[in-house]
Design a protein around this ligand. Sequence first.
Ligand SMILES: [Zn+2]
Length: 397
Amino acid sequence: MLGISAAYLVDIEKDRRLPTEELLQKTADLLDIPVATFDEFSPDVPKAVKDWLDKNPLLGKVMSLLRKGSPDETLAKFEKAIVRPRQRKFTIAIYHSELQAIGSESASWDTETGGDLFGIWGDVPVVYFASRAGPNAKREHAHFRLDVDYLIKLSGQLEKDWGLRYFGDWHSHHRLGLSTPSAGDQRRIVSVGAKNTFDEMAEFIITFASGQDAEKTIVINPYAYLDLPSQTLTDVALIVLEGTSPVRSALIAASSMPEQQLTAFSSFPIERISFSVEPVGRVSGTVGSSMFQISERLLHKAMSALTTVSSGELELYRESFGFVVVAPVNDKQNIAFAIDKNWPHSLLQVEWIDRQSGSTEEISADLAGLTLLTTERLKEIYSTAKGSMIGQKNDTP
Ligand SMILES: [Zn+2]
């Protein structure tokens, strides 16, 4: 009546195969009962699945939990418990120069070494400075300890001068071959984060890949902690900003921090540094919202420097092309500096402004290479122009 063989029936009885939907329907029609009646008798799970569950007792438990109470509720709880944290794609931008600085410092020690990362943590955090460790750092074969006193001093200075905050450290794992932060590394970051009330920090682990030649390839393994005090690590994709970090440029121009060997990075070939695929191509390092902050700091610093030689308080005017900084010479005469809005803010023109007569006159000076970074030379231009005017006055009978 059902059109099946005896062997087929035996198979069904012994759970070796399941009746097809069609067969169940036929049977229901014959018995004149709703097909749903069979739901009660049909095995919950096919035999193959049953066998598999028997080999995986944990899954068996889950199945039995699902049979009890409200399956929906149990399933929802279960999903919550087992769902893997979504792999977040987090990006951090870093200047070409700072990658080189890390490479140069890592390659010059046979022991573990490291330093620190400083920047502006916006939508895309930007590393403006990768430092080398202070003079009292301990570099050992399987251990590296920062010079904490030096780090505190450096952090304070970079924050005050440039508005940078401490992101975390970078250090090499020389012999461990471990490309992720160790448990101890993670504890340190969590504790620094707690002290400074940071929710987010970064840590770069440096490993070495031996190339064909004796020269080691530096591998940068970047991580972020996005949910401090949780130690959860997030993989980071690096965005490389072209050129030298503006903060490093400014520090070099001011001849500050000799212990940082600020220019040593430039001799390290970028080809010897490797890291995971970049999500975007190389990006210009002189644009972006955090650059505005750096430019404003630089302008403020240059104005402070000029104030030390100026006869009075400086005035600042913002124009479409950039800035005009006016430094008084006396109550009528002023020297005006016209400055380009784009980094590194080249000096475009220098003029006399006579407020009494309303006249302006260009001051001839060699402006080549003059920018907001070259504050000593801006001061010289002011002093020379002021001196020549006083000279002219003295010559006038
Ligand atoms: Zn480590």
